[in-house]
Each structure stands twice: as structure tokens, then as C-alpha cells.
Design a protein around this ligand. Structure first.
Ligand code: CDP
Ligand code: MG
Length: 149
């Protein structure tokens, strides 16, 4: 089953949005298989955003995700990588659909509340840098027979 890495960024934690955002993914029917609060250090922040190294927003973005604790998560489900990105909305909340997470809860590209892997390959890489294998659980969720055949 497909998995993605989602992270509630420091602003989501500080603004009390953890429950709201996790609830959206739960209600959609995705399965939470990894969850931890953590403080991101510089090495991890730079590894996370290494594709953006050299861009003007690299250092501010590294600083942003190190600025306060985050919630790191692994979610599982059919097409979860692309559907989670749809649910998050555009990178710049100013352009995000108001029904999306960034559209509903954020104002500024540099405080856009959530990270989500942009491909299955990125998801594998990001899950591996944030989680040990034994921190990810396997289970069948009650009611899953009502979500798909
Ligand atoms: O997070 P997403 O994959 O939607 O966007 P990205 O292009 O991979 O950029 C990573 C993160 O860098 C964004 O989520 C923003 O937090 C930040 N960023 C920024 O502050 N200013 C930009 N012009 C572009 C990205
Ligand atoms: Mg990205």
C-alpha cells in the first residue's frame, strides 16, 4: 500500500492546528502508521530540503522548520502521495484553494503549515530520514471495509 511522509510544520503546532489537520486525513480514510513530535536539527533540516540547496528560500526554510517542534507522520492509502498534496493545496497559500489545508489555515508561503512528499520516490526518501523501520506500525483499521471493496 502506498505511503507518504507528512509533517506539521512549527506554525501548525504553535497555532493549535494539529488536531484539525490530522482529522482531515483521518476522515478521508487514510491510515496513520507513524507519528512523532520532534525538534528538527540542522542536519535533518538540510537533508530534508536538499533539493532546494542554493535557492534563496533554502536557509529561511531550514530555519523555519528548526524553529519549534514539528509533528512527523507516515500515512498510508490508495494514491495517498498525490491526494495528500491535493488536500494540502498550493505551496503558496495565497494561491491555494480555500477548501485545502493551506488555503484554509495559512496566509504566507514561508508559513504554510504542512509538508507533504511530492512523489512516491520522495516519500520513500523522506520516511527513511525521519523514521526508523520499527517506528512504523502495520494494522488493519476498523471500518476499512466501508471505504473500499
Ligand atoms: O512544500 P512544497 O513541496 O509545496 O514546496 P517546495 O517548492 O518543495 O518548497 C519547499 C518549502 O520551501 C515550501 O513549502 C515553503 O515552506 C518554502 N518556500 C518558500 O518559503 N518560498 C518559496 N518561494 C518557495 C518555497
Ligand atoms: Mg517540495
Amino acid at each position: 500500500m502506498e505511503r507518504t511522509f507528512l509533517m506539521l510544520k512549527p506554525d501548525a503546532v504553535q497555532r493549535g492546528l494539529i488536531g484539525e489537520i490530522i482529522g482531515r486525513f483521518e476522515k478521508k480514510g487514510f491510515i496513520l502508521v507513524g507519528l512523532k513530535m520532534m525538534q528538527v536539527d540542522r542536519d535533518l533540516a538540510e537533508e530534508h530540503y536538499k533539493e532546494h540547496k542554493g535557492k534563496s528560500f533554502f536557509e529561511p526554510t531550514v530555519q523555519y522548520i528548526m524553529s519549534s517542534p514539528v509533528v512527523a507522520m507516515v500515512w498510508q492509502g490508495k494514491n495517498v502521495v498525490s491526494l495528500a498534496r491535493e488536500m494540502m493545496g498550493a505551496t503558496n497559500p495565497a494561491n491555494a484553494n480555500p477548501g485545502s489545508i493551506r488555503g484554509a489555515y495559512a496566509m504566507d508561503i514561508s508559513r504554510n503549515v504542512i509538508h507533504g512528499s511530492d512523489s512516491v520516490e520522495s516519500a520513500e526518501r523522506e520516511i527513511a530520514i525521519y523514521f526508523k523501520l520499527e517506528e512504523i506500525v502495520n494494522y488493519t483499521k476498523a471500518g476499512s471495509e466501508w471505504l473500499s471493496e
